[in-house]
Ligand binder design. Sequence first.
Ligand SMILES: Nc1nc2c(ncn2[C@@H]2O[C@H](COP(=O)(O)OP(=O)(O)OP(=O)(O)O)[C@@H](O)[C@H]2O)c(=O)[nH]1
Ligand SMILES: [Mg+2]
Length: 232
Amino acid sequence: IFYQKELNIVIVGLQNSGKTSLTDALTSKPFEQDTIPTLGMRMEHFHLGLNTVRVFDLAGQDRFQHMWKRYFARADLLIYVIDLSDSTNWPQVKQNLHQVICDTNRDSIPMLIVGNKIDLLIALESGSTISGRKLPKKTAADQNALEQWKYMAPLLRNYEYDDIPTYSLDETNLYVLRNVETLSKELGLDLKNGILHMPESQIYLDRDLAVFTISCKNGDYVRDIIDWIVQL
Ligand SMILES: Nc1nc2c(ncn2[C@@H]2O[C@H](COP(=O)(O)OP(=O)(O)OP(=O)(O)O)[C@@H](O)[C@H]2O)c(=O)[nH]1
Ligand SMILES: [Mg+2]
């Protein structure tokens, strides 16, 4: 797709996940703390070498989700954004993501799954919480584990889906989702074998697919997304 003159990126995900913030980051606009929920769709441009990239930033509110399908048809790349800091939303996130994957799998549209707001997960690790409740201090063993949970490239070494531990997610252990392997497991995505595990069934993923964790607020790993798009 890099030989094309124009590349269409369609960004979806539940409301408040950070789609508009990611669009701003990709188009070199500053981060905004107080955004307005998107109504319908917003289109932005940026340049990648000689190519023009069009970003379709769709609205995530329930009442707009029926519009997403219309944009899938013209997508060269689909980005699904997840707010990793909201554990209460998790079952809904999974269901919604699975639906989007199923809706677009036949057309083999390359897909990037982006876990956003890792800056809030870091805040959780260091003992403060979003809700203000104090968490127990980290032990040395926790610290070692965290070292291994640094960001990993999508080409994961020694990736074995069945060996990745699962968690009962709540606000005290959400930070495990910063790890791309753990996130893929929680989402039911076997990245090595290209299988999506859903509660009742499984499907083969016939497409390029990667998982990243980022912070639109700090700009962490946004560059990696651009690099991934370039190598597609
Ligand atoms: N801490 C933190 N907040 C973020 C980050 N990314 C986005 N936000 C905040 O999350 C809120 C929602 O961001 P938006 O980008 O508007 O979310 P959206 O997915 O476009 O929402 P809809 O348009 O309603 O679907 C805003 O208050 C942002 O400032 C991040 O990486 N870290
Ligand atoms: Mg928006």
